[in-house]
Design a protein around this ligand. Structure first.
Ligand SMILES: NC(=O)c1ccc[n+]([C@@H]2O[C@H](COP(=O)([O-])OP(=O)(O)OC[C@H]3O[C@@H](n4cnc5c(N)ncnc54)[C@H](OP(=O)(O)O)[C@@H]3O)[C@@H](O)[C@H]2O)c1
Length: 295
């Protein structure tokens, strides 16, 4: 069985690869000409905006499942580069959904908790998205393409992802945080943003399960701890043995030049607990898992 994963060099993909290895023939797509060498993985250097190139590669590989993790994932960059965000997060997703549906291939799409406006919190899969920024808007459009392409497709809404990169670097706030704390640098965390962070190890394992099982539709992949980001920073710093005063509380709504963020984007993970065998974890359990994970 062949698994195609986009965003090969990204944070989430690294954990997906670690969990799929052994059960799947893994093909990864990334833009770097010099990716990390992961033995036993087929790496394809391609910009996903190259539709012809992607179509040829897809037809050559003929995957049994696709996990689409590539995206322009920086909220503030999407806000000021809306045309590119639309092309990458919507256009590419639509192209992959179309090809998967033409060939009867299951697609798992990485969406986000920030599709919600953050007024209600504890969001369930049937709640209606109301995006506050352009990144979230592109993810909602991507979700619609994925869901309308096939009932067997999965929209996995990822909570804030916490952890150390399993392969390479990617977009890990924990790695940045440890780097700063070890140098005694203060770190601002927004107290107004409540999340249900999911650790990258639980997430990678869950996404692989979703590629393998019979579930289709929307699913929320979030942790068991509902916490604001400032408290989350404090808890992590404390567990890691760094001084709590290095974690500084801010209000992200008052930051100039920042795209709007949802206040309470916490997600209910009851469905994930029913559909996925991988257990959902608390913040402390997830931290322990990511610090000790060996690939
Ligand atoms: N991390 C989180 O907290 C979080 C939360 C919710 C949802 N998500 C979603 O989860 C997915 C994975 O996130 P992540 O944290 O792993 O992000 P990441 O580390 O930024 O990885 C995203 C990857 O997408 C690749 N990419 C972007 N544009 C591309 C293009 N045109 N062609 C080929 N590759 C392209 C990037 O390649 P380059 O390395 O070449 O730039 C990067 O490796 C994304 O869809 C994100 O929106 C993440």
């Amino acid at each position: 069985m062949k698994l195609l994963i986009t965003g090969f060099n990204g944070f989430v993909a690294g954990s997906v690869i670690a969990h799929a290895k052994g059960n799947w023939e893994i093909h990864g797509i990334g833009r770097s000409e010099n990716p990390l060498n992961v033995p036993g993985i087929y790496y394809h250097n391609l910009d996903l905006l190259d539709e012809q190139g992607f179509t040829s590669l897809f037809n050559e590989i003929r995957p049994d499942a696709v996990i689409h993790a590539a995206a322009m994932a920086n909220i503030d960059i999407c806000q000021v580069n809306q045309e590119m965000a639309e092309r990458v997060n919507v256009g590419v997703t639509k192209m992959i959904a179309r090809l998967c549906s033409e060939h009867g291939v299951k697609m798992v799409f990485c969406s986000t908790d920030t599709v919600f406006d953050g007024v209600k919190g504890d969001y369930v899969e049937t709640d209606i998205p109301y995006p506050l920024n352009y990144y979230a808007e592109t993810k909602v459009k991507g979700e619609q393409h994925v869901l309308s392409a096939s009932p067997k497709n999965v929209v996995a809404r990822l909570a804030l992802v916490m952890g150390l990169p399993v392969i390479g670097k990617g977009n890990s706030f924990l790695a940045d945080m440890i780097g700063k704390l070890s140098k005694g640098i203060e770190i601002p965390f927004p107290a107004n943003e409540t999340r249900t962070p999911v650790d990258v190890i639980t997430l990678g394992s869950s996404l692989v399960e979703l590629a393998e099982n019979q579930f289709g539709g929307i699913i929320h992949l979030s942790g068991n701890t509902k916490i604001n980001r400032y408290q989350m920073g404090l808890e992590i710093a404390t567990i890691l043995g760094y001084p709590a005063n290095l974690i500084v509380s801010i209000d992200s709504n008052s930051m100039v030049g920042r795209a709007p963020r949802a206040n309470d984007a916490s997600m209910d993970n009851s469905l994930a607990k029913k559909v996925i065998k991988t257990p959902m974890r608390t913040l402390a359990e997830g931290l322990n898992l990511t610090l000790n994970f060996k690939f």
